[in-house]
Structure formats: C-alpha cells, structure tokens
Design a protein around this ligand. Structure first.
Ligand code: HEC
Length: 96
C-alpha cells in the first residue's frame, strides 16, 4: 500500500517536472532548487537581509525574468560566487 502511493507520488512529481514551461515564477529559475536555496539564503544572506520578501521587492525588474537577470548580474560579486548556490538562492527568491 505504502509503496504504491509512494510510487504514485513519484510519478506525479516526475510528470510535473517533465511538463516544464509552466508560467509560474519558479519556472524561470528551473535550474535552481528553491528548497536548498531557502537554506542557503539563511546561511549566506539573512544576517544582512532579514526579510527575503522585502529584498525581492527592491530587486529591479517588472517580471521574474527581469529579476532573475538583475540577481544574476549582482550576486556573483555579492556573497554568492558559487553558481549552484546562486541558482538555488535565485530559485528560492523567485518562489516567494
Ligand atoms: C555582509 C552583509 C550582506 C550580505 C551577507 C548580503 N548582502 Fe545583499 N546587500 C547588502 C547591502 C548593505 C546592500 C545594499 C547596498 C548595496 O547595494 O551594496 C545589499 C544589496 C542587495 C541587493 C540589492 C537590493 C536593491 O536595493 O536593489 C540584493 C538583491 C541583495 N543584496 C541580495 C543578497 C543576497 C541574495 C545575499 C546572499 C547570497 C546577500 N545579499 C548577502 C549587504 C549584504
């Protein structure tokens, strides 16, 4: 029973991932992991930026693509030099 419902869950998740291209903000940072990004934000950013939601309101860009672009330019030289860390943090911020 457990195995079957777990399998169904995995299938559903896989289907969602394969569907891709959904018009959600998170889709624009599809190469990052928002869950890992939340943890990284706490570690790398939170001591200076207490509210990630407020931070996102200040990031230039009318659309998620624009904000991704802004963050992609800023963060390599602003506490997120590692590409994976950066992608995860951007995915997290866009998921807010
Ligand atoms: C040591 C403190 C410190 C840390 C750590 C830090 N920041 Fe910042 N950040 C600042 C300060 C101060 C500013 C505003 C002044 C400036 O632009 O340099 C800023 C500005 C920004 C801005 C621009 C906001 C705007 O007004 O346009 C973004 C986006 C940002 N930080 C994201 C991050 C992220 C994401 C992290 C973690 C990877 C991070 N910061 C880590 C201090 C920090």
């Amino acid at each position: 029973m457990m195995t079957r419902s777990k399998a169904a869950c995995v299938l559903a998740l896989t289907g969602t991932l394969l569907a891709g291209g959904m018009p959600t903000p998170a889709a624009f940072a599809a190469d990052g992991d928002p869950v890992a990004g939340a943890e990284s934000f706490t570690r790398a950013c939170q001591r200076c930026h207490r509210s990630p939601e407020q931070l996102m309101m200040q990031v230039d860009g009318a659309t998620p693509e624009d904000k991704t672009q802004t963050l992609g330019v800023l963060l390599p030289a602003h506490h997120a030099a590692d590409a994976t860390l950066r992608a995860n943090i951007i995915a997290y911020l866009l998921s807010l």
